[in-house]
Design a protein around this ligand. Structure first.
Ligand code: PLP
Length: 362
């Protein structure tokens, strides 16, 4: 029996992407690699209709956190100051990164899952006149909340700040308004909504924002996005890249485009997650957030009465499904389900049946 992954990445691969992993071995200093790298860089921009004149994709070998770390260390000039908004694990991770690298920042904390308080955001922007950037998570995977970037971007415009966006769990399936939101840089990964394999992540940066980094010395050797940008624009790479995961990402991007782009993917994810929400609500399993507050990528649910997460997880795993625990204190009250990757309607029907059996105790 095939195990269906309902965790928020890595996803179940489609056959096209899996087969792409078997393409010929390549040297990363040969022209074939340059072609592959250039294709991915262009196709990533195409996902949101961005022009190569204004934006650049920067590819790196590492997980989503490496892209977050690359974005924060490489897109805030030495004289800049960043407001980091926290309402879950990944916002807090950005504050940790800023602290480790001694990047001037203020963190605005909210409890996990809480809606971002715009009055507080505006208060910070008013108080700290020198804030140049606001770092925020688009889809906070901790809770499934899709943060209101429209409203945050409006405040950023008023106070002349640009956005650093963690779009690791939204890129490819949720709307990202690069120009309207004044995004300086956005961090994302291959193995979530794009349906690639883990190992490649990327930063999409505004070329103008990159230009403003010329007087700032690199804060890191391996994750300095300016080094990657310079090399990749010159058809090179500063370090060995993970060739096979590049192949997979190139194929995954073709597949996304062939299937209708991020809008179609969002509609597909909503269809799936709504099916799960409806099926679980019939069993009195309540979603943590309303549909309006949720992403299409992942929803969190309260654990059913009398069943602990390990029990639920193990029984579902025996039935062929891997669900995801709540993080930290949420592990006592929540579980999470994501519907990315190669999943079909029948899988979700079997999932609801498995839940029914677990709840009724047989
Ligand atoms: C919003 C968000 N940011 C960052 C990450 C970190 O990604 P990774 O675990 O690939 O380093 C994740 C992982 O789930 C995420 O959901």
């Amino acid at each position: 029996m095939k195990t269906i992954l309902l965790n928020p990445g890595p996803v179940i691969l489609g056959e096209r992407v899996r087969q792409a992993l078997l393409k010929p071995d390549l040297c990363h200093r040969e022209s074939e690699f340059v072609g592959l790298q250039n294709k991915i860089r262009a196709d990533l921009l195409s996902v949101y209709g961005l022009s190569n004149d204004n934006y650049a994709s920067i590819l790196l070998t590492g997980s989503g956190t490496s892209a977050m770390e690359g974005m924060l260390t490489s897109f805030v000039p030495a004289h800049g100051k960043t407001l980091i908004i926290e309402n879950g694990v990944y916002g807090e991770r950005m504050s940790k990164i800023a602290t480790i690298y001694d990047i001037d920042h203020v963190s605005l904390h909210h409890e996990w899952g809480e809606q971002i308080d715009l009055t507080k955001v505006e208060g910070e922007l008013q108080y700290h006149h020198d804030i140049s950037h606001v770092a925020v998570v688009h889809h906070e995977t901790t809770s499934g909340r899709l943060n209101n970037i429209d409203a945050i971007a409006e405040l950023c415009r008023k106070y002349n700040a640009s956005i650093l966006l963690d779009a690791v769990s939204s890129f490819g399936a949720e709307e990202i308004k690069f120009d309207e939101w004044n995004i300086a840089a956005c961090a994302a990964t291959a193995n979530k909504c794009l349906h690639g394999v883990p190992g490649t992540s990327f930063v999409i940066g505004k070329r103008e924002a990159a230009g403003q980094m010329s007087a700032t010395p690199p804060r890191t050797l391996y994750l300095d996005m300016m080094t990657y940008l310079k090399n990749q624009d010159a058809n090179g790479t500063p370090f060995t890249q993970s060739i096979q995961t590049f192949y997979a990402l190139a194929e995954a991007l073709d597949e996304l485009s062939d299937s209708g782009g991020w809008q179609t993917r969002r509609a597909l994810y909503w269809k799936r997650i709504q099916k799960v929400r409806d099926g679980l609500m019939e069993l009195n399993i309540t979603p943590y957030l309303s549909r309006e507050e949720s992403s299409c990528v992942l929803n969190a649910f309260y654990l059913p009465e009398g069943i602990s997460y390990p029990e639920l997880h193990d029984q579902l795993k025996s039935a062929g499904f891997v669900i995801y625990a709540g993080q930290g204190d949420f592990s006592q009250s929540l579980f999470r389900i994501s519907c990315m990757g190669e999943i079909d309607d029948k899988d979700l029907e079997r999932l609801i049946t498995a839940f029914k059996q677990i709840i009724s105790g047989n």
